[in-house]
Design a protein around this ligand. Sequence first.
Ligand code: UDP
Length: 407
Amino acid sequence: MGVGLRDYGPIVGSAVLEELAILSERVRARRHLHVNSTRVGGGVAEILQRAIPLLQELGLEARWEVIEGSPEFFEVTKSFHNALQGQPVPISREMLDTYVICNYENSLRVNLDADVVYIHDPQPAAMVRGRREGQKWVWRCHIDLSHPQMEPWEYLRGYVERYDASIFSMTKFAQNLRIPEFIMPPSIDPLSDKNRDLDPQEVDAILDQLNIPRDKPLVTQISRFDPFKDPIGVIRAFRLARQHVDCRLVLAGGGATDDPEGARVLARVLEEAAGERDIHILDLPPQSDLAINALQRASTVILQKSLREGFGLTVTEAMWKGKPVIGGAAGGITLQVQEGFTGYLVHSVEGAAYRIRYLLSRPELRERLGQNAREFVRRNFLITRNIRDYLLVILALEHPGHAQFEI
Ligand code: UDP
């Protein structure tokens, strides 16, 4: 039998499940539809995979549809995505035509029979033209819109403002819109392979497979090989810290095979670490959830030394495993790493080195920060909270006047 709502009870407490039952009772009569652009891969799909069955279990008629598009369409939306996140990518008239036509085709193809339609991210945003009388449409934006290229954003805004409401992951990412805006941080699923409890033996076996000895404290960063994750800075910080405390570094991440930039960054990282003892660079294949889980659990300290970051789900995942996190003071990391309470924020290689050394020599502090970190995630960043937020958005839309609030 698959995972069900009752399995979350021991983790989040029965009051949370009761609250979900009460809220869902209020919105049960509505049919809910979520639309995004991929069934697998990426955080949105990961959340929807679990959220839809849970909403159904709460008695809601909830469906998930995925748009279809040509490779050309996805090229266009990738450029669009990058431009909306601030990169100076040219967006031509033809590209916008491709975008609109594909959205139009999908609004004919996708079964839009629902009372509340959630459209995730920019790819299907123009489908709002297919909206029907009496429906509520909500645009759920998962990307960082804080510094968009203005032209593409003004174009997209034309569609976004046709919605009844919008949802952003952080206040920093929100835009000044003429429609209500809600803030809804992402979440992790504590029962997925990436986050579920593992036996110590399971952790050991996976670490053996990965050839990581457990003879000294592990300092780990897991992330795509991307310059903004600052893997070189991590190696340098580790080198400085190791002059004072014995430890191993694990830098694990994927995305190198299908992403030319990832491959370049990985090559640069391997060069930086070449010939150096106690540094393990792992190029993880896709679907390495159990490996990531085990690495996080086996670590003494987790680093996420990003220079720029969206939300930083790797931080949430590590905190859920009771690990203190040393995080770059960027994006959503600052929402999660509460200074001296769940971990430490750093602004430099030296700062990261100092905190590695500091934490490795303070086992009791690590224990306390780790416990705080886990509780912080339990209260704020688990999937049950995300489901509650979706139910609350519907209620808020039906009671305008209270429309703009932070969940
Ligand atoms: N991740 C993964 N394999 C990797 C690297 C990362 O599955 O090789 C996962 C990681 O566990 C997390 C997500 O990808 O769930 C990365 O999300 P985050 O918000 O940290 O960063 P992003 O990659 O979206 O910038």
